[in-house]
Unconditional design. Structure first.
Length: 372
């Protein structure tokens, strides 16, 4: 598929702009099209800097933003700096250009003297020597993905389910367990990195109230809604302090292909801003494909000796969801699987949340291995 992209220019940083030119040429050589910012886009290359919050406001959720920055010296905490640039520019991926050696004079004629570092919101972080084709291959899983973030929310949850059922109480219990494992906080407080205007744009555009890693879900049939319904943690809420149906926990009944929305059910007194986790499409496809799976947990951690997906697609995309489902199909017991999401974390299936936590207890590695 030919992609349409544009460049959001800012300043005269020669190294950054030349690397960006190489990226543009590589995409064009692969049959993709450079167009103006006003046209329909798949992604935009954003010229970023440390001095300003250079960002491009997306027109739709189908646009991806790749921020490119040049750092004149190797940095002591490069990962944190790159993540800061990523968040401040509201990007889906940041690419940093860094000299291989301290004090190295920049040479526009020899970009082989530079390292390229890539980072995504999932905290995938890795580096390699300057290579336009490799940059292209790293960007491709992001810019070709399709986000499924919209919810169709209806306040038709039967009154019998307004108070927590045993299934909902299990979500609350094991959300607290995730918190005890130290796997939920965001890498940085967004309020310290973004202006109020940018923060409002981010929350409004992606329909979130905050950001907290990880999510949990558990099946429960609600006859008046459907037989394949499941409860899932809401988007961006503190999983260590889940308190109520319609606010922190929502019922999902499926995915509407025509409108490309997740079907969500809440109470009349529920929070009208609440939206189910961005990973709802992944959970939905797993439950649909494997009836024996009764619970799912996703955390930004790792386990040794596990199978993993091939590409690092962003959260909330149909591509990531399908890659997880395809990997689960390789196992004889789909309800007891741990799948690694490359440069991202793990998705765990089980017969219950208790089953899942009994298997992962003591076996989680907090640092996710990074692969290019």
């Amino acid at each position: 598929m030919a992609l349409r992209f544009a460049v959001y220019e800012n300043g005269e940083d020669q190294i950054r702009n030349k690397v960006c030119d190489f990226i543009v040429s590589t995409f064009i050589n692969h049959g993709h099209q450079l167009v103006s910012q006003e046209e329909e886009l798949n992604f935009i290359l954003n010229h970023a800097s440390l001095e300003e919050n250079n960002h491009y406001y997306r027109k739709t959720t189908s646009e991806w933003i790749i921020s490119i920055i040049y750092l004149p010296e190797p940095q002591e905490d490069l990962k944190s700096l790159c993540y800061t640039v990523l968040i401040r520019t509201l990007a889906n991926m940041a690419i940093a250009i860094v000299p291989k050696e301290i004090g190295a004079a920049p040479d526009l004629k020899n970009l082989d003297d530079f390292m390229i570092y890539c980072i995504t919101p999932e905290v995938g972080f890795y580096g390699f020597r300057f290579d336009p084709d490799k940059i292209y291959q790293c960007m491709l899983p992001v810019v070709t993905s399709h986000a499924l973030l919209k919810n169709h929310v209806v306040d038709d949850l039967p009154q019998a389910y307004w108070e927590p059922t045993p299934a909902v109480r299990s979500l609350m219990q094991y959300g607290r367990q995730l918190d005890k494992l130290g796997l939920l906080p965001t890498p940085f407080p967004l309020q310290e990195l973004l202006s109020r205007e940018d923060l409002d744009h981010l929350y409004s555009f992606f329909q979130i109230k905050g950001i907290s890693y990880g999510n949990l879900s558990v099946r429960e049939a609600v006859p008046d809604i459907g037989d394949d319904t499941f409860w899932m943690t809401a988007r961006g809420v503190d999983k260590g302090n889940l308190s109520s149906v319609g606010k922190d926990i929502l019922l999902v009944s499926g995915f509407d292909e025509n409108s490309q929305t997740i079907k969500v059910h809440t109470t009349p007194e529920g929070d009208p801003r609440a939206r189910v986790s961005v990973d709802a499409i992944e959970h939905q496809l797993i439950y649909s494909a494997f009836p024996e799976v009764k619970a799912i947990v996703h955390v930004h951690a790792w386990m040794e000796n596990i199978e993993s997906t091939f590409q690092n697609h962003p959260c909330g995309t149909i591509e990531l969801a399908n890659s997880v489902v395809d990997k689960i199909k390789e196992f004889k017991k789909p309800d007891s699987v741990v799948i690694g999401l490359k440069n991202h974390g793990i998705t765990i299936t089980g017969s219950s949340l208790e089953d899942i936590f009994s298997r992962i207890n003591g076996n989680l590695v907090a640092t996710v291995p990074m692969y290019d």
